[in-house]
Design a binder for this molecule. Structure first.
Ligand code: SF4
Length: 233
C-alpha cells in the first residue's frame, strides 16, 4: 500500500481559484525571514506511513509553514508543538523539525488536513472545505485497513473530517457529534466485521490557542496519548 499515487494527483489540484492564487502569490513574495528559500507553493500532501493506525487532521497548511516547506505542520509553531509532543510519546523520530529533508519519521501516525492549500488568514471558506473533502476521504480510505483512531484539531476541521470519514466507509452517528476538546466518538464500520474507528477532538495547536492557554501541551499530550493507545500504538 502506498499513498504516492494519491499524493502525486493531489499536488496538481487547482480546484479552488482563491487558494491557488494565494498559495502561489505567497510562494512568489515569501517572507523576509525565509529569503532565499524556494517555497513549495502547491497543495501539501499528508505525511506519514500509508499503514498508519492514527491519523491527525488539522485545518490547512500555513502560508509560510507547510506552503513553504511542502510538508504538513512543518515550518511553523503549530507544527513544532505537534511534532515535539509526538516525539515525547515515542511516535516521531525527532523532537524538532526543520524541513522536508530533516529525516523525520512518524511511527504508525500520519498527519494531514481537510484543506490542502494555504488559505488567506488561515481561513478556508466552507466551499473550499467541501471542495477539498474528497482528498481527505481518499486518504482515509487508503489507510482504512490499519486506521483505528483519528485526532481532529479544531471545530472547522471537525466539520470537514466527519463527512470525509463517512465517505471513506465509516458510519457517523446522527445527529452528528459536536466538537469539543477531549470529546470522542466511535464510528461503526460500514462493512460488518471491520473494526470501528474512534475519533477524538482536540483544540487546534494554533499559536493563538497555545498563547492564550486554551490549549496547553499537557492537554494535547493527553488526547494524543489516548488516541495512540486506542490505535494500539
Ligand atoms: Fe485542490 Fe484542496 Fe487545494 Fe482546493 S484546497 S485547490 S481542492 S488541493
Amino acid at each position: 500500500r502506498t499513498t504516492a499515487g494519491l499524493d502525486a494527483r493531489l499536488v496538481r489540484c487547482r480546484a479552488c481559484p482563491r487558494l491557488v492564487a494565494w498559495r502561489e502569490e505567497t510562494a512568489r513574495t515569501g517572507r523576509a525571514a525565509f529569503r532565499g528559500q524556494e517555497y513549495w507553493g502547491r497543495p501539501v500532501p499528508g505525511f506519514g506511513p500509508p499503514d498508519a493506525a492514527l491519523l491527525i487532521s488539522g485545518l490547512a497548511p500555513a502560508a509560510h509553514g507547510g506552503n513553504r516547506t511542502g510538508r504538513m505542520f512543518t515550518g511553523d509553531r503549530a507544527g513544532d508543538l505537534l511534532y515535539a509532543t509526538l516525539y515525547e510519546l515515542g511516535l516521531a523520530s525527532r523532537e524538532t523539525v526543520t524541513g522536508r529533508d530533516d529525516g523525520l519519521e512518524l511511527y504508525g501516525v500520519r498527519v494531514t488536513a481537510p484543506v490542502h492549500c494555504a488559505p488567506p488568514d488561515n481561513r478556508p471558506t466552507p466551499g473550499e472545505r467541501d471542495a477539498c473533502r474528497p482528498w481527505l476521504a481518499r486518504e482515509a480510505r487508503l489507510l482504512r485497513p490499519t486506521l483505528r483512531s483519528v485526532v481532529v484539531l479544531g471545530g472547522f476541521g471537525w466539520q470537514a473530517a466527519l463527512p470525509a470519514l463517512a465517505e471513506a466507509g465509516w458510519l457517523v452517528p446522527r445527529p452528528r457529534p459536536k466538537f469539543g476538546h477531549g470529546v470522542r466518538t466511535v464510528l461503526a464500520p460500514a462493512s460488518p466485521g471491520d473494526p470501528p474507528l474512534t475519533v477524538f477532538g482536540s483544540y487546534h495547536v494554533s499559536q493563538r490557542n497555545v498563547f492564550t492557554g486554551r490549549l496547553t501541551r499537557e492537554m494535547l499530550r493527553e488526547v494524543l496519548a489516548e488516541a495512540a493507545r486506542t490505535a494500539g500504538l
